[in-house]
Write a protein that binds this ligand. Structure first.
Ligand code: GDP
Length: 197
């Protein structure tokens, strides 16, 4: 799946400019600085696909990438950046809400959570929205390399516990590090399994 080319398709600043639905889509969401660009780059083996040097909170776009002609990867704008004003938060919420509501070909949202911090209040709000919209999602813990083994176990247990009461959450958590490439193969396998269902 990820052996072929990965190409940028388009950016959508609003729901009116979304590309037409075409095959399956998978989306990646997370707080600004969670390591989303790094993960998308590690996943696709392309260092320039998603920019890692962007100013957090500035990119309010849905970015669409074609993965080997088989699936569309959607990089959702990061949320939770402190310096962003109320108007931008509302614009983000509207864009995401409109996208999620109308996207019949969206197979799953991978929600990235920083393994050091766990699920924060604004992550929980996003998960609430996905549960309400009945959009299937799966948690991907990022930056596993920054934690000790015991800390990872505790984080996994706490995250698992908070997912237990969430109806749209896929129970399995994927532990990753873009730095060591830990879990990248697991994430690829998860996506391949999802698309073959
Ligand atoms: P984004 O804002 O979610 O797209 O996050 P970026 O990919 O731009 O990464 C944000 C920061 O986290 C940068 O300083 C990265 O170097 C760092 N980072 C990203 N991935 C990892 C990782 O796997 N491990 C560690 N320790 N740091 C990471």
């Amino acid at each position: 799946l990820f052996a072929g080319a990965a190409d940028f398709l388009s950016s959508a600043p609003s729901v009116e400019t979304l590309p037409p639905m075409r095959g399956h889509e998978i989306a990646f969401a997370g707080r600004s600085n969670v390591g989303k660009s790094s993960l998308v780059n590690a996943l696709t083996g392309r260092n320039t696909l998603a920019r890692t040097s962007h100013t957090p909170g500035r990119t309010q776009l849905l970015n669409f990438f074609d993965i080997g002609g088989k699936v569309t990867l959607v990089d959702m704008p990061g949320y939770g950046y402190a310096a962003v004003g109320k108007a931008k938060v509302e614009a983000w919420t509207r864009l995401i809400h409109d996208y999620l509501r109308g996207r019949a070909n969206l197979a799953r949202v991978y929600v990235l959570i920083d393994a050091r911090h766990g699920i924060k209040a604004n992550d929980a709000e996003v998960l609430d929205g996905l549960d309400t919209a009945a959009v299937s999602y799966q948690i991907v813990l990022t930056k596993a390399d920054a934690l000790k083994k015991s800390e990872i176990e505790a984080r996994l247990a706490a995250t698992r516990a908070s997912l237990a009461r969430r109806p749209a959450a896929f129970p399995e958590i994927i532990l990753t590090s873009s730095r060591t490439e830990e879990g990248i193969a697991d994430l690829r396998a998860s996506i391949a399994r999802l698309l073959s269902e």
